[in-house]
Design a protein around this ligand. Structure first.
Ligand code: OXD
Length: 308
């Protein structure tokens, strides 16, 4: 019995190597090994197409290579097979570092100063006040809370919005669709840290983004599918929004002619806000398989009705 790595488009070799270290002798295969399907007990993958999983009759667990697992929620994933995601204690901190870095680049005019430096220009601009730098974090799970907390000592007012009410010390919290407009109207820096579900797909569209204060900045570390890209582009082109930092895209990588690569107001990065270590991914997958073999609960399982 074995673990199969189907991490495409991510390279399988580093996952397979880490799994071999962690698996205590359980064989680890990649697609190229052409393993006998009935021997596969666990699959580690980033995304899945319908029609693949039914080939593995003895599958006990499907593990995501990432914190999000929405691309693995195919209709032919059997009910009895848990779907697990990665929970890396460093992830929230790394993502918060990315969000703080891109936000400060914007609020402290660092791009402007880099342009000035290029032609030896000594020109000082007033520092943007905290009252024009209110941060609003959408999604107050572990990652969203880490982001919100990271801003508190910087002197920026912090708000947070979630599906159901949450308390985060020092953060003004809002919940549910009724409180979304008020939350958005106070977010000069809007950070998307939501999971992708049927309710959140396309949640950042013309209607919602236009409720941000004029001149707002968007940071998306959730999923590309949260944002309706043409709507974002129109609001940037029309100078309603001042800029965006995008680490995730509907199609990854975006095609070379996609507007996000060259838009002057967009910082585009290749899904690097946080990268779970291969060892953590492997250890959590092996643990999930052992638990599945022993019939134990899966603490990292996705709630498939809720979607995350
Ligand atoms: C993710 C990850 O799920 O990078 O986006 O782990």
């Amino acid at each position: 019995m074995a673990i199969l790595v189907l991490s495409n488009p991510l390279p399988s070799a580093p996952f397979a190597a880490a799994l071999r270290q962690a698996s205590g002798g359980i064989p680890v295969w990649t697609e190229q090994d052409n393993p006998p399907p009935e021997a596969v007990e666990a699959i580690l993958a980033w995304r899945m197409k319908p029609g693949i999983l039914p080939k593995y009759p003895n599958l006990r667990v499907l593990c995501s290579t990432g914190a999000g697992a929405e691309k693995l929620q195919v209709e032919d994933l059997p009910e009895h097979v848990p779907l697990t995601r990665v929970v890396d204690p460093m992830q929230g901190i790394e993502i918060a570092q990315y969000v703080v870095a891109t936000t400060l680049q914007f609020t402290r005019d660092l791009k402007l100063y880099a342009e000035q430096q290029a032609h030896a220009e000594w020109k000082r601009h007033p520092v943007r006040t905290a009252i024009r730098s209110r941060v609003g974090v959408m999604g107050l799970g572990a990652v969203g809370q880490a982001i919100a907390r990271a801003f508190l000592p910087l002197g920026y007012p912090v708000g947070g919005w979630s599906r159901t009410p949450r308390e985060v010390p020092g953060v003004a919290t809002f919940a549910g669709p009724d409180e979304l407009p008020e939350f958005l109207s106070q977010a000069d820096i809007l950070v998307c840290a939501l999971p992708l579900t049927n309710d959140t797909r396309g949640i950042l569209n013309h209607h919602t983004l236009a409720q941000l204060p004029r001149g707002a900045f968007l940071v998306n570390i959730g999923r590309g599918e949260h944002v309706v890209e043409p709507d974002l582009r129109a609001l940037l082109d029309g100078a309603y929004l001042a800029g965006a930092a995008l680490d995730v895209f509907e199609r990854e990588p975006p095609p070379a002619d996609n507007w996000v690569w060259s838009h002057p107001q967009v910082v585009a990065t290749p899904h690097i806000a946080a990268q779970a270590s291969f060892d953590t991914v492997a250890q959590q997958c092996v643990d999930a398989l052992r638990r599945a073999r022993d019939g134990l609960p899966q603490p990292l399982a996705v709630d498939r009705r809720r979607g995350y």
